[in-house]
Structures are given as C-alpha cells and as structure tokens.
Design a protein around this ligand. Structure first.
Ligand code: ATP
Length: 250
C-alpha cells in the first residue's frame, strides 16, 4: 500500500492505460495523475479517445492493458455523457430525472422523502429551471435539458465529476451559468474533468489540461499544454489515423 499522505492528494492514477475496441486502441499508453480537487479539461481532435477515457474511468469500459488506480466507490463518480448518448424519448418528468441523482441516498423502490424533493427543487432553481418540474424531458430545448442534467449532478453530490462535452450546442448564456456551477464544484474541492472542444473555454476556465491524441500530447498547466506546437502535434496525429482508415484516391 502507498504512503497514505501522498495518496490522499491523488484522486485517480492512470498507469500505462490502453483502451481499445476490437483490438483497435482508442487510448494508447496513457500515464498520469488526476489530483484530488483538480479542474481539468480533456482536449483533442475527434476520435482522440476522450470519451473512451471517461468511460474507462467510470468503469463502463475495461482497459485492454494498464490500470486505473483509485480508492473511490462507483457512487463517488458523477458522469454527464455526451448528449448524443442520451435517449430523451423516455417519458419521464424533469423532477424525476433530477431525483435520479439521489439514488445513492435512497433505497431501491423507497419513497422519495420530502427532503429529497426539496433538494431536487432547489437544484432546479439553481440551474434556472424553477417551475419546470412536471415537464417531460422530451419537450425541453437542448440547453434546458443540459441544465436538468446539471441539476441531477448537483443532487448526486459526487466527489469526482466527469463531463463529456457539456457545452456543445449550448448557447452562451447557458454555458456561462453551467461554467459557474463547474467553478463552484472546484471551489468545494471536488475533482472535475471535462471533455471540451472550445479552446477559449479551456484556457479561461480550466487550470489543468490533458491534450489527448490517443496518446498524451501534453498534461499539466493549461497555458503550457495548449501551445501551438502541441496543438500542431495533436492535429498531425489525427491526420495520420484518418489516413490509415481511408487513403485519398490518387
Ligand atoms: N463503441 C465503439 N466501437 C468501436 N469503436 C469505437 C467505439 N466507440 C469509439 N470508438 C472508436 O474509438 C476511437 C475514439 O473514440 P472516442 O469517442 O473515445 O473519441 P473522442 O475523442 O471522444 O471523439 P469526439 O471528439 O469525436 O467525440 C474512435 O476511432 C472511435 O471510432
């Protein structure tokens, strides 16, 4: 067992982590430390393995080699999947969707307590959706639905929060509100990782960045990692793997 003091500053350690689909690596030999309480952006081109990395951290995908080390329970993780992965046709109300965030306090099939109901309504108020309780989630705009998912994360109260492209197709006002919630989580000492494509957002709001192009291009202070040289390198890696899939006709 490692030194308890040293380990307490580490939320999650990635050790030579490789993740693949049908033997094609999506994340390649990634090693590094996600410090407890850090606020990290994961940036990189399409297909760089960003979503696969988050799914592996939450245990939805298994590493093909290497390891993820931490002392966390499944309930310590809050996860916001990419919007495209969520089925909004399910006939469930806004309030019930938010209440799903309290499953770790609630016993299966137990009645929701009035305290939990109040917390869910408070969370909806915090994301600017007071009065939306009874609306079906299918009737919301993309931005309103993203606010609902943030309210659910607020209720879930997890120590480690993983967000996959939380602001894609979301307008400026909503993004600002949700970024404030992210900053609040950081202020409270939670560990936050967010996959982002907007480099201005990364530089303005995320002190740490992991720049991924299947392998690590840079990982550390955002100002150092998001250099022109690193971004060029990430783009060049992406072009290489696109060439491998479909070479242009000569
Ligand atoms: N379920 C799957 N089955 C097979 N291959 C997959 C699967 N999911 C992802 N991949 C492949 O793994 C690689 C990494 O995909 P991933 O979604 O992790 O990248 P990403 O960086 O999140 O991309 P984007 O920015 O486009 O969302 C891609 O080549 C993708 O085609």
């Amino acid at each position: 067992m490692g030194d308890a003091n040293a380990m307490s500053a580490i939320a999650i350690e990635l050790e030579d982590l490789t993740v693949g689909y049908q033997r094609h690596p999506a994340v390649h030999h990634v090693s590094g430390i996600i410090a407890a309480g850090s606020l990290t952006a994961i940036a990189g081109p399409n297909g760089a393995g960003k979503s696969s990395l988050l799914k592996t951290i939450i245990g939805e995908l298994r590493p093909s080699s290497g390891a993820i080390k931490h002392r966390l329970k499944a309930t310590d993780f809050g996860y916001l999947p990419q919007a495209a992965d969520i089925n909004r046709r399910f006939p469930i109300s806004v309030l019930d969707t938010v209440l799903l965030g309290s499953w770790r306090q609630a016993r299966a099939f137990a009645q929701v307590t009035s305290a939990e109901l109040q917390k869910a309504r408070d969370a909806l108020a915090k994301v600017g959706l007071e009065g939306f309780d009874r609306r079906g989630i299918g009737s919301l705009s993309a931005g309103q639905f993203q606010r609902v998912l943030f309210a659910r994360l607020l209720l879930q109260d997890a120590g480690v929060i993983l967000l996959d492209e939380p602001f894609t197709a979301i307008d400026g006002g909503t993004t600002r509100d949700l970024l404030e919630i992210v900053a609040g989580w950081h202020h409270e000492g939670r560990t936050v990782l967010a996959v982002l494509h907007d480099f201005e957002q990364v530089c303005a709001h995320f002190p740490e960045t992991l720049l991924l192009a299947r392998q690590v291009i840079g990982w550390g202070a955002t100002a150092d990692v998001m250099s022109q040289a690193n971004l060029r390198k990430a783009r060049a890696m992406a072009e290489q793997w696109e060439d491998g899939i479909c070479r242009p006709a000569r």
